[in-house]
Design a binder for this molecule. Structure first.
Ligand SMILES: C[S@@+](CC[C@H](N)C(=O)[O-])C[C@H]1O[C@@H](n2cnc3c(N)ncnc32)[C@H](O)[C@@H]1O
Length: 327
């Protein structure tokens, strides 16, 4: 029999329950609003069949497919785009942890050409544009893209595209920075997506990546094999619309190897604290985590800044330009 907990109470009960059962420094891997979903922890490709055909967003694992009962597309944000965007606009994890951390890592972006891959409803694009960047977004979900267009304006550079399928619709070296925030964990195989991201970056450009922290997966799934790249599925519900979501856990060494094999240099690995005003805005949610006042951060996401190495010609040209400007 299904519990009859009022839907608005559910995320906070779940949040509190997880915090009380798990180490205090870990915050559930999804944002609090996302915890509004009915979770099925540790269910790895359970009794549902995921239809991978529409968007090549992830690899098919025939061993874990069941019957033809459920033909829904996995990781499809179309059904709950508006509700998801509203829930994550000013919540703790997205607005007071992930986005500030990415902006902090990006630093001074004035004049830089930045691509946001899986831009969703465009909050990061807007923040980067406000800081003077020249922004472009790609997003596979038509509904999310439409929300981004409403936010950024009709003339914004937005394209319906994603990783894991056709090449991105940009020339080689088109961007100074690429941001891929909360997207790579939908993909089983990172090789072609990382090669594509490397292609569209100028030499010397930066790739900023945010993914589920792999240690959190192990903390919340103590029996799981941390070292295996493995799928887990969840049912997400926002605004009364549900969708099956499939995430790929990947151990840390597999992430760093994938980056370096794709030709990136790892410049930063970050486990940042939330924004300075987060404790004031979310005192109840953070009370347990920061019960010990010496604590500054919690485990949730892992942030990388990767550099596309400069080619020798570009490096020499850059140095010549610098020398000329000093003469
Ligand atoms: C959790 S949301 C994050 C949105 C945005 N990056 C942010 O940080 O607010 C994940 C987004 O990735 C998109 N997405 C899913 N699979 C993708 C893929 N293979 N390539 C690019 N984007 C994808 C989804 O449609 C969704 O908008």
């Amino acid at each position: 029999m299904r519990a009859t907990i009022p839907p608005l109470l559910l995320p906070w009960l779940l949040f509190a329950a997880l915090l009380s059962q798990r180490p205090r420094f870990a915050v559930p891997i999804r944002s609090a609003p996302e915890a509004r979903t009915r979770r099925r922890p540790r269910m790895l490709f359970g009794p549902r069949r995921i239809n991978h055909a529409r968007m090549k967003r992830m690899s098919h694992d025939p061993d874990h497919s069941a019957g033809p009962a459920d033909q829904r597309v996995a990781n499809d944000y179309d059904g709950f785009a508006e509700a998801y965007a509203a829930a994550t606009e000013s919540d703790l994890l997205n607005a007071f942890y992930i986005r500030p951390a990415v902006l902090n890592l990006a630093g001074d972006v004035a004049g830089r050409r930045i691509l946001d891959v899986g831009c969703g409803a465009g909050p990061m694009l807007e923040a980067l544009r406000d800081r003077g960047a020249v922004v472009t977004g790609v997003e596979p979900s038509a509904k999310m893209l439409e929300l981004a267009r409403q936010r950024l304006g009709e003339d914004a550079a937005l394209h319906q595209a994603g990783l894991g399928g056709d090449p991105l619709p940009f020339r080689d070296g088109a961007f100074d920075d690429v941001v891929v925030c909360l997207v790579l964990h939908y993909l089983e195989d990172w090789r072609a997506p990382l090669a594509e991201l490397r292609r569209v970056l100028t030499s010397g450009g930066r790739l900023i990546v945010v993914v589920d922290h792999p240690f959190v997966y192990k903390l919340f799934n103590p029996d799981a094999d941390y070292f295996a790249v493995s799928p887990r599925s969840e049912e997400w519900t926002f605004g009364g619309h549900s969708a099956p979501m499939v995430f790929w856990h990947r151990p840390l060494h597999a992430m760093t190897s994938a980056f370096t094999e794709a030709g990136f240099r790892i410049a930063v690995i970050s486990e940042p604290p939330p924004a300075p005003d987060a404790r004031e805005r979310f005192p109840e949610e953070l009370a347990e985590v920061f019960k010990d006042p010496s604590r500054t951060a919690f485990l949730n996401m892992l942030f990388f800044v990767l550099e596309a190495p400069q080619t020798e010609t570009v490096r020499v040209n850059h140095e010549v330009r610098q020398t000329m400007s000093q003469i």
